[in-house]
Design a protein around this ligand. Structure first.
Ligand code: GDG
Length: 470
């Protein structure tokens, strides 16, 4: 394996292995790949990550101009490191304990051991003086481990999910180790200013280090003090991709076909989420169901399409959530459906991106009612797809996207009456008002796309590298 000057480390490699006989690799869809692919191809970068199947132990290979470095995970690793510590300890804790986090010492041990393997693989893939960019909450210990292995590297870390207030964070039995793991990075990026602030406060409380406007003074084991940057870099999407898809005649035709197949209601409302308790799907259903009960909406003129793509199906909290959502959908439809019309069209599946864009184009009202969300890319994708300048985004103030998308109709999803009023406001909004708001939203998403995001992060990382080598 040749070593690379730029290495990305994330839980998953950006490819999926096909089920066909020759098991060909295909690029998995996602904004991160879209943002990093040009950088990776320009510098011949390497990407370290899990190839997506248990016990798949394969040698590094080249794909689309990138070197892919697989880290094998056993079935037990997946259960304890991924489903356990990552998705049943850190995920609920960092999303304000919407679900109760489980703390298990065995999960922690395996999390640390798997992080060690990712760090070893990244260290082996990185050239002398290389830049390494680590991603997300599954790999919080990697920055420190990597720095210990390779002090010559410049290390960035981006946290895709919220960082909670200290009162919650402090519940974590391994709060020191995790903070120390993150502090191994030179630049620690968060979605919101508030997340960076929560992180800096935790560092002050746990270690007493000096923090000042995005800089943290970190004492080093070898003596001396290093300055780490901790600030907000709100992630975005490949905006022009959604804009281009939404202009395609066949996708616009598909949007019309979807509307017709729903019986051509006056208003189509849409939710698109991984089936996750952070997304507020039940709150949305409750509000919509009550609006039908109150007669403020009727099944004759409003349909809610809810795409809930399957996610983390072996974690207990997700199984229970699915049951509750499906019970709620069944009740609403049982009460309000007619032979011709359905109140909720519930789709527990995932669709190709083209179909998602057709859905965005069909939706008069997009409902993003997350109880807590790092950013929420769906909100940005909806805006980017509305090439007609119409449509209303109802957006939770607890999604990171709310900091930027100020012309959305803001909601507190816990306030069901407020949510109902916001939905009615959206349904009744005049064409002129829709266009005024959408113009501003689209400008924001166009000016801040995912390439701009990665550039901002990498420019700061490069500044650290140059200062170090100066
Ligand atoms: C995490 C953070 C942060 C969903 N269903 C289908 C489908 N999707 C796509 C969406 C969107 C992506 O998945 C979901 O991104 P979100 O940002 O909405 O949410 P998370 O998955 O929770 O992502 C989040 C993000 O990381 C990035 O930093 O914004 O806060 O939680 O792109 O379109 N795509 C297709 N079919 C589906 O059925 N093709």
């Amino acid at each position: 394996m040749t070593v690379a000057d730029f290495v990305v480390v994330s839980n998953r490699l950006p490819v999926d292995r096909g089920d066909d006989e020759d098991a060909l690799w295909r690029q998995s869809p996602g904004g991160l790949v879209a943002a990093l692919e040009p950088v990776m191809q320009a510098v011949g970068g390497a990407w370290v990550g899990w190839p997506g199947q248990a016990d798949l132990d394969i040698a590094p290979f080249t794909f689309d101009g990138m070197q892919l470095v697989p880290v094998a995970l056993s079935a037990a690793d997946i259960e304890l490191y991924y489903e356990g510590f990552s998705n049943d300890t850190i995920w609920p804790l960092y999303h304000d304990v919407i679900a109760a986090p489980s703390f298990h010492r065995t999960w922690w041990e395996v999390y640390a051991a798997v992080n060690r393997r990712f760090a070893d693989a990244a260290a082996a893939a990185a050239a002398v003086g290389a830049t390494v960019w680590v991603h997300d909450y599954q790999l919080q210990l990697v920055p420190r481990m990597l720095r210990q292995l390779r002090p010559d590297l410049t290390i960035g870390y981006f946290h895709h999910i919220p960082f909670p207030a200290y009162g919650l964070y402090s519940q974590l039995p391994w709060r020191r180790q995790v903070l120390d793991g993150l502090l191994g990075a030179d630049v620690i990026g968060f979605q919101r200013v508030a997340d960076a602030g929560n992180f800096a406060r935790a560092v002050r409380r746990v270690f007493g280090y000096e923090t000042k406007s995005g800089s943290i003074r970190v004492p080093e084991a070898a003596g001396g003090v290093r300055t780490a940057v901790a600030k907000a870099y709100p992630i975005s999407i490949d905006t022009s991709l959604y804009d281009d898809l939404a202009r395609r005649p066949e996708i616009q035709a598909r949007a019309k076909e979807i509307r017709a197949s729903l019986g051509d209601p006056a208003t189509i409302l849409l939710g698109v989420d991984r089936l996750d308790y952070t997304k507020g799907i039940r709150h949305r259903l409750k509000a919509f169901g009550e609006l039908l009960t109150d007669g403020r909406l009727s099944v004759e003129d409003a349909t809610l399409v809810q795409v809930a793509s399957p996610s983390r199906e072996r974690v207990g909290a997700y199984m229970q959530l699915r049951d509750k959502i499906e019970l709620a959908v069944g009740r609403i439809n049982g009460d309000f459906d007619t032979v011709e019309r359905s109140a909720v069209r519930y789709l527990h599946t995932s669709y190709p991106r083209e179909e998602m864009v057709a859905l965005y184009l069909t939706a008069d009202v997009m409902l993003v009612t997350a109880l807590r969300d790092g950013m929420n890319l769906v909100a940005k994708e909806y805006v980017a797809s509305r090439v007609d300048g119409r449509g209303v985004l109802v957006l939770s103030e607890f999604a990171g996207a709310a900091d930027e998308l100020t012309q959305a109709v803001k909601v507190n999803p816990h306030d069901i009456d407020g949510l109902k009023d916001a939905i009615v406001t959206a349904v009744e909004m005049s064409d002129v008002e829709q266009r005024r708001r959408m113009r501003s939203l689209r400008r924001r998403v166009r000016d801040n796309d995912v390439t701009r995001w990665s550039e901002r992060f990498l420019v700061d990382l490069d500044r650290v590298r140059r200062e170090r080598t100066a």
